[in-house]
Design a protein around this ligand. Sequence first.
Ligand SMILES: *[C@@H]1O[C@H](CO)[C@@H](O)[C@H](O)[C@H]1NC(C)=O
Ligand SMILES: *[C@@H]1O[C@H](CO)[C@@H](O)[C@H](O)[C@H]1NC(C)=O
Ligand SMILES: *[C@@H]1O[C@H](CO)[C@@H](O)[C@H](O)[C@H]1NC(C)=O
Ligand SMILES: *[C@@H]1O[C@H](CO)[C@@H](O)[C@H](O)[C@H]1NC(C)=O
Ligand SMILES: *[C@@H]1O[C@H](CO)[C@@H](O)[C@H](O)[C@H]1NC(C)=O
Ligand SMILES: *[C@@H]1O[C@H](CO)[C@@H](O)[C@H](O)[C@H]1NC(C)=O
Length: 461
Amino acid sequence: MNLSKPPKHIKFLDSYLNSRVCRCLFLISIALIFRAAFLLTTPLAFNPFDYWFTTSSSSSSSYLINTSGKGIDGVVRRDKFLEVPQIAWGLNNQKIAVARAFLTARMLNRTLLLPSLSASLYYKEVDLLQSVTFDKIFQFDRFNSLCNGFVQLGRLSDVSNTTDVFELNKGSGRKWTVERDLDQLRKVEKDSSIDGHEVVRIVGKNPFLWHDHWPVRDYAKIFECLVLVDEIAEEAERVVSKIREMGSQVMESKTGSMPGAQPYYVAVHMRIEKDWMIHCKKLQQRNNVTQICSSKEEIMERVGHIVGMNQQPTVVYLAVADDLLEDGSVLSAWKEGILPFEKKKLGVWDIYKKYPYLIQSAIDYEVCLRADVFVGNSYSTFSSLIVLERSQKLLRMGAVTEGSSCDITARDSNESGTRGIRWPSYAYNIPGESGGPKKWMTNMSDTSLQAISYGSNDISC
Ligand SMILES: *[C@@H]1O[C@H](CO)[C@@H](O)[C@H](O)[C@H]1NC(C)=O
Ligand SMILES: *[C@@H]1O[C@H](CO)[C@@H](O)[C@H](O)[C@H]1NC(C)=O
Ligand SMILES: *[C@@H]1O[C@H](CO)[C@@H](O)[C@H](O)[C@H]1NC(C)=O
Ligand SMILES: *[C@@H]1O[C@H](CO)[C@@H](O)[C@H](O)[C@H]1NC(C)=O
Ligand SMILES: *[C@@H]1O[C@H](CO)[C@@H](O)[C@H](O)[C@H]1NC(C)=O
Ligand SMILES: *[C@@H]1O[C@H](CO)[C@@H](O)[C@H](O)[C@H]1NC(C)=O
């Protein structure tokens, strides 16, 4: 989606719709179409924004903010605050927007006031967005202790004068380019008449969805500090235990399984629902590539060829859209030795059903994050963020060094009996060795989130 220019068909219509009334009706109908699309969606179902945004800038690196000099002494002002509007859309978009809000606060040397997220997935009609504060999803104190010296989270009660506010209007639309967005932030940073205010309040519609000024490494740092609150983490743990339990049962029924060994599981973020297929075919056309869409058969085939998976029965958790739970076909036709499960077959559907969209999505995210092997689509933001966090963990553990070959991740380790497989991730939409999917690691040196995925098959392995 090129946001600096409207899509062709809109531009085309533009010249015919020059009366204001007409244009207004047109925009309303677009809004209604979007809304209808969202009303029909379920958590992992088609989300038009589950792929990386292309912003106007292919040159985003030249506008990159050099943050390496900031916060080294562990000081972020705690008496100056940044307030941001409610953060909306899918889990991925919200995580990215939250990270951008923090990085903006860091740039302005301010503490970010507890932001509101959106539990539901409605688009445009802010009234329908079920607001939920950040600390209902992620741990407040843990965030501050992990991100200490880098960014800082605060509460409204920390503000001494709530009327000492400067309102900063972020623009929108195609004229609001990445350059203008950054210029504005630089002005605020330098202008002491603005900086003197206790609170800078950002006003605008979804100001953090579009423009990216930060290197991948900075996002990775923020994501590391986002730890789920206990209640949600426990639900994710229940799902993971259930998956491992299935694995144990299978292993026990076979002879020669290692006593006490923890069965591993593979998570596959399988995007094959109708809406996604239509959407990804369009993307393929627009980008003149063939590798975005993978059929169910192609995914099954490639996952079946992952080296190391052939020796023993393997439990595969399928993270799929809810509408695919109804027809059992995603569960059939897998290669012998692969035991596929989704929420229903696993018997954890009740756990998910209790929660609104955002939390359901967060549980699935966690299950994929913790999988011994993750396989996703490199064009999906959900998959890409998971791989980014997995890559960051591997780097932290010292299991890989930056810029090293991805092969190292497949070497043996002592970790929890995973027997030779250590946390690899794959992109099923790109062919790899021996008929399998391609190994996938996030390149932390990349200069923008966009650079690590969207519009490229470059998955740095
Ligand atoms: C970033 O800032 C640091 C400290 O101010 C400086 O040493 C470094 O050279 C800068 N890097 C770039 C790429 O400008
Ligand atoms: C933030 O402000 C404090 C207090 O003025 C200062 O000591 C610190 O160096 C600043 N941090 C950055 C990253 O500019
Ligand atoms: C709070 O800030 C407003 C606006 O800057 C100012 O007029 C007012 O005097 C301040 N109140 C106190 C108690 O400092
Ligand atoms: C699409 O890609 C193919 C092969 O890479 C190339 O031959 C063709 O010219 C491209 N088409 C367009 C419209 O760019
Ligand atoms: C693997 O386990 C052995 C014995 O428990 C231990 O001595 C060794 O340090 C471990 N290696 C790594 C890389 O953790
Ligand atoms: C990672 O990104 C940097 C910066 O764009 C690039 O120079 C480097 O070649 C990339 N590394 C890999 C392994 O793709």
